[in-house]
Ligand binder design. Structure first.
Ligand SMILES: *Cc1c(COP(=O)(O)O)cnc(C)c1O
Length: 215
């Protein structure tokens, strides 16, 4: 295992094919660590709390692409709408409408992913395939674009189970990709990103393999 933060980042980076976007998940990490990884060439970071996104964004280089990957409350969209580059966690029609409204206010178009429920775990959440299809077939909004899906697999050592969950979402993605001009399938974290990529993920969200376990 490489020893420094930068070495761990570069070694993960190397293990990911060029067509896959690496989102470095920097939640709970200090500004200096994020800056070090930015200096090593990383431009895309993910946070799961609005508060942290708001605090970190102004303190770090302006060309960082910030992704919101965690549960997003409707009343907090306004805080990230001026700068967020991709929201992975759209799980309701209400949230989608609010993102469109706040994007309009900021004169922007905000790209989003629908968060899909693929795991057999109560703690995970997201949309069913039916709910996602209802959103996709609804008239497009002017200031928010649906660019794909995000899914989290069950937290289990059963690799075949994880693989199956990723495969189901990948099949759903491929079914709708051309018609809705989808671009991103966000699947895979530190523990399962290799399986996710094998199953067709083109965006992985990795935190602890780079920064170490969160305390
Ligand atoms: C924390 C988090 C990750 C990163 O998880 P690691 O296991 O630390 O790589 C990925 N996606 C979401 C939605 C997260 O909240």
């Amino acid at each position: 295992m490489p020893s420094t933060l930068t070495e761990r980042y570069l070694s993960i980076r190397q293990s990911i094919p060029a067509h896959v976007t690496l989102v470095v998940v920097s939640k709970f990490q200090p500004i200096e660590s994020i800056q070090a990884i930015y200096d090593a060439g990383q431009g895309v970071f993910g946070e799961n709390r609005v508060q942290e996104l708001m605090e970190k964004q102004p303190k770090l280089p302006a060309d960082i692409q910030w992704h919101c990957i965690g549960t997003l409350q409707t009343n907090k969209v306004k805080y990230i709408a001026p700068f967020v580059s991709l929201i992975h966690s759209v799980d309701s029609q209400k949230l989608l409408l609010e993102i469109d409204k706040q994007a309009k206010k900021n004169n922007r178009i905000i790209d989003c992913l629908l968060e899909m429920f693929i795991a057999k775990e109560e703690s995970k959440h997201g949309l069913s395939f039916e709910e996602a299809e209802a959103i996709l077939t609804a008239p497009a909004l002017s200031n928010m674009r649906i660019k794909g899906f995000m899914g989290m697999a069950t937290n289990t050592d059963d690799k075949e189970h994880v693989r199956n969950e990723f495969r189901n979402l990948a099949t759903f993605y491929k079914k709708h990709q051309a018609q809705y001009n989808l671009q991103y399938l966000s699947m895979g974290m530190s523990g399962d990103y290799q399986i996710a990529i094998e199953e067709g993920s083109n965006m992985v969200r990795i935190g602890s393999s780079i920064f170490g376990e969160r305390k």
